[in-house]
Design a protein around this ligand. Sequence first.
Ligand code: GTP
Ligand code: MG
Length: 283
Amino acid sequence: MANSRFGYVRQYELSDALLPGTFLVVRLDGKGFHRFSDKHGFEKPNDRRALDLMNAAACRTIQSDTLRQHVLLAFGESDEYSFLLGPKCSLFGRRNSKILTTFVSIFTASYVLLWHQFFPNMPLQADDGGPSFDGRIVQYPGRQEIIDYFKWRQADTHINNLYNTTFWALIQQGGMTVQEAHKTLGGTVSSEKNQILFTRFGINYAKLDPLFRRGSIILWEPEQGVSAPAEKEKESQDQGEVARQQEKKKASKSIVSSSKLVIVHEDMLKDAWWTDIRPYVLQ
Ligand code: GTP
Ligand code: MG
C-alpha cells in the first residue's frame, strides 16, 4: 500500500525532531491532582505514600526497556516529575511526540500498576478516567541551564513545602480556618514562617523529612568501589599519559555496567552537589 494513490497523505506528517546537541527535560505533571488527592484521602500537606508511589513510577519508567539507556537524572515533587536526557541522546531520532508520549504512557501505566502497593486499602477510583499526566519537553543549550533548571524545581519544592507545612499547622494544630491561615501567611517571608512553626507549634522546619523539604532525585550511582570518572582522573594524575588514558577508559566502561539507580533527597542548590558530590551525573 506504500505507493498507493493514498500514500500522499504522509506528506502531511511533519517532522517534530528536537534540536541536536541540546539537553532535553521531559516534565510530567498530574492532571487535576488537587481533586485526585482529596478523593483518595492523601494526607496534608504531604502524603508519603503518594510521593513514594511517584518515585516508584519514575524508577519503573527510567528502567523500562525503551528508556533505560537514556535518562541521566530525574527530579520529583508533589505531582510532577522531570527527566533529563543528554545532548547525545538519539532516542526515536529525537522526535518530540514519540519521546513525550512514551514517557507519559509508561509513567501513567506505572502509576496505575503500582498504586495498590502504596495504597493497599484505597481502591483507585477511575470514574472520571483515572489518574493522568500531561507533559512537555524543553530543550536547554548547556550544562549551566540544566543545573539552574533542577535548582529551580528544588527551590520551588522548598517554597511550596514551607508554605504548605505552615498553612496546615495553623489549621490542623492551630484551629484556624482556611481563610484565617491564608491571611496569617499573606506577605510573610521564609524566616517568619519558620518562626511561626517553631514558636507556635514547636516544629523545627530544618528537621522535617528531606523527602518533603527537597523532593526526590533519581540518579545512576556508581557501585561502591567503582570510582566515578572524575575521581578516576584525579587518582591517575601522577601516572603517565598512557596509564591515564587506560584508567579513563576503564572508568567510563565500569560506570555503564556497574551503576545502580538510587533515590536521594540531597541539596542540589549547592554548587558542590554538581561538581564534587555527584560529579558523574552530567558527565
Ligand atoms: P493541573 O496540574 O493544572 O491539572 O492542576 P492540579 O490540581 O494537578 O494542581 P498542581 O499540579 O498545580 O498541584 C498539585 C496538587 O496536587 C497540589 O496542589 C495538591 O492539591 C495535590 N498534591 C500533591 N501532592 C500531595 C500530597 O502529598 N498531599 C496532598 N494532600 N495533596 C497533594
Ligand atoms: Mg498537576
